[in-house]
Ligand binder design. Structure first.
Ligand code: CO
Length: 134
Protein backbone atom coordinates (compact mmCIF):
# COMPACT_ATOMS: atom_id res chain seq x y z
CA UNK A 1 0.00 0.00 0.00
CA UNK A 2 2.74 2.49 0.86
CA UNK A 3 5.14 3.54 -1.86
CA UNK A 4 8.34 5.54 -1.92
CA UNK A 5 9.90 7.20 1.09
CA UNK A 6 9.17 10.87 0.36
CA UNK A 7 11.18 12.40 3.20
CA UNK A 8 12.50 12.06 6.71
CA UNK A 9 11.87 15.11 8.89
CA UNK A 10 14.33 16.06 11.62
CA UNK A 11 13.48 18.75 14.16
CA UNK A 12 16.51 20.91 14.94
CA UNK A 13 17.15 23.63 17.53
CA UNK A 14 19.59 25.52 15.26
CA UNK A 15 18.72 25.51 11.57
CA UNK A 16 21.97 27.12 10.35
CA UNK A 17 24.07 24.65 12.32
CA UNK A 18 22.01 21.70 11.06
CA UNK A 19 22.27 22.90 7.45
CA UNK A 20 26.04 23.30 7.86
CA UNK A 21 26.32 19.78 9.27
CA UNK A 22 24.57 18.29 6.25
CA UNK A 23 26.35 20.56 3.74
CA UNK A 24 29.89 20.64 5.14
CA UNK A 25 30.28 17.39 7.08
CA UNK A 26 28.05 15.12 5.05
CA UNK A 27 28.58 16.81 1.68
CA UNK A 28 24.88 17.01 0.81
CA UNK A 29 23.08 19.59 -1.32
CA UNK A 30 21.01 21.79 1.03
CA UNK A 31 18.51 24.53 0.20
CA UNK A 32 18.22 27.98 1.67
CA UNK A 33 15.90 28.12 4.71
CA UNK A 34 12.30 28.32 3.53
CA UNK A 35 9.77 29.89 5.98
CA UNK A 36 6.38 28.15 5.90
CA UNK A 37 4.27 30.19 8.30
CA UNK A 38 1.09 28.25 7.47
CA UNK A 39 2.84 25.09 8.75
CA UNK A 40 4.63 26.73 11.67
CA UNK A 41 8.10 25.74 10.49
CA UNK A 42 11.14 26.96 8.63
CA UNK A 43 12.52 24.18 6.43
CA UNK A 44 15.91 23.39 4.93
CA UNK A 45 15.65 20.68 2.28
CA UNK A 46 18.51 18.23 1.94
CA UNK A 47 18.41 16.56 -1.47
CA UNK A 48 19.71 13.00 -1.57
CA UNK A 49 19.83 10.78 -4.65
CA UNK A 50 16.90 8.63 -3.49
CA UNK A 51 14.94 10.82 -1.08
CA UNK A 52 15.24 13.99 0.91
CA UNK A 53 15.67 15.09 4.47
CA UNK A 54 13.73 18.04 5.86
CA UNK A 55 15.38 19.97 8.66
CA UNK A 56 12.53 21.64 10.59
CA UNK A 57 12.77 24.57 12.95
CA UNK A 58 9.78 26.09 14.78
CA UNK A 59 8.29 29.26 13.31
CA UNK A 60 5.72 31.29 15.23
CA UNK A 61 3.92 30.45 18.44
CA UNK A 62 1.76 27.56 17.14
CA UNK A 63 4.55 25.43 15.74
CA UNK A 64 3.74 21.70 15.66
CA UNK A 65 7.36 20.87 16.51
CA UNK A 66 7.85 23.21 19.49
CA UNK A 67 6.79 20.63 22.07
CA UNK A 68 8.94 17.96 20.39
CA UNK A 69 11.99 20.21 20.71
CA UNK A 70 11.10 21.01 24.31
CA UNK A 71 11.28 17.26 25.01
CA UNK A 72 14.28 16.70 22.72
CA UNK A 73 16.43 19.83 23.08
CA UNK A 74 19.21 18.47 20.87
CA UNK A 75 16.70 17.74 18.10
CA UNK A 76 15.77 14.38 16.64
CA UNK A 77 13.81 12.50 14.03
CA UNK A 78 10.29 13.89 14.01
CA UNK A 79 8.49 11.87 11.31
CA UNK A 80 8.89 9.91 8.13
CA UNK A 81 6.71 10.39 5.07
CA UNK A 82 5.56 7.61 2.77
CA UNK A 83 3.90 8.22 -0.56
CA UNK A 84 0.52 6.65 -1.32
CA UNK A 85 -1.53 6.62 -4.52
CA UNK A 86 -4.91 7.31 -2.95
CA UNK A 87 -4.90 8.93 0.47
CA UNK A 88 -8.61 8.40 1.19
CA UNK A 89 -8.49 4.72 0.32
CA UNK A 90 -5.32 4.37 2.42
CA UNK A 91 -6.99 6.16 5.33
CA UNK A 92 -10.03 3.91 5.16
CA UNK A 93 -7.91 0.76 5.16
CA UNK A 94 -5.75 1.99 8.03
CA UNK A 95 -8.69 3.13 10.16
CA UNK A 96 -10.41 -0.22 9.51
CA UNK A 97 -7.21 -1.87 10.81
CA UNK A 98 -7.40 0.17 14.02
CA UNK A 99 -4.86 2.89 13.21
CA UNK A 100 -5.46 6.38 14.57
CA UNK A 101 -5.27 9.45 12.36
CA UNK A 102 -4.07 12.62 14.08
CA UNK A 103 -5.86 15.95 13.77
CA UNK A 104 -9.14 14.72 12.31
CA UNK A 105 -9.92 12.20 9.63
CA UNK A 106 -9.66 14.48 6.60
CA UNK A 107 -6.43 15.08 4.68
CA UNK A 108 -4.82 18.51 4.88
CA UNK A 109 -2.66 20.21 2.29
CA UNK A 110 0.93 19.58 3.34
CA UNK A 111 4.15 21.47 2.88
CA UNK A 112 4.49 20.31 -0.75
CA UNK A 113 0.96 21.32 -1.75
CA UNK A 114 -0.24 17.69 -1.71
CA UNK A 115 -2.83 16.05 0.59
CA UNK A 116 -1.27 14.60 3.74
CA UNK A 117 -2.34 12.88 6.97
CA UNK A 118 -0.41 12.01 10.12
CA UNK A 119 -0.75 8.65 11.87
CA UNK A 120 -0.33 8.00 15.58
CA UNK A 121 3.21 6.87 16.46
CA UNK A 122 1.89 4.29 18.96
CA UNK A 123 0.30 2.40 16.07
CA UNK A 124 3.50 2.42 13.97
CA UNK A 125 6.46 1.20 15.99
CA UNK A 126 6.86 4.46 17.88
CA UNK A 127 7.31 6.55 14.73
CA UNK A 128 5.12 9.44 13.64
CA UNK A 129 4.08 8.63 10.06
CA UNK A 130 3.02 11.12 7.42
CA UNK A 131 1.33 9.79 4.31
CA UNK A 132 1.26 11.96 1.22
CA UNK A 133 -0.72 11.47 -1.95
CA UNK A 134 2.14 11.98 -4.34
CO1 CO B 1 6.70 15.91 6.43
Amino acid sequence: MIGRLNHVAIAVPDLQAAAATYRDMLGARVSEPKPMPEHGVTVVLVELPNTRIELLHPLGTQSPIASFLAKNPAGGMHHICYEVDDILETRDRLVASGARVLGGNEPKIGAHGKPVMFLHPKDFCGTLIEIEQA
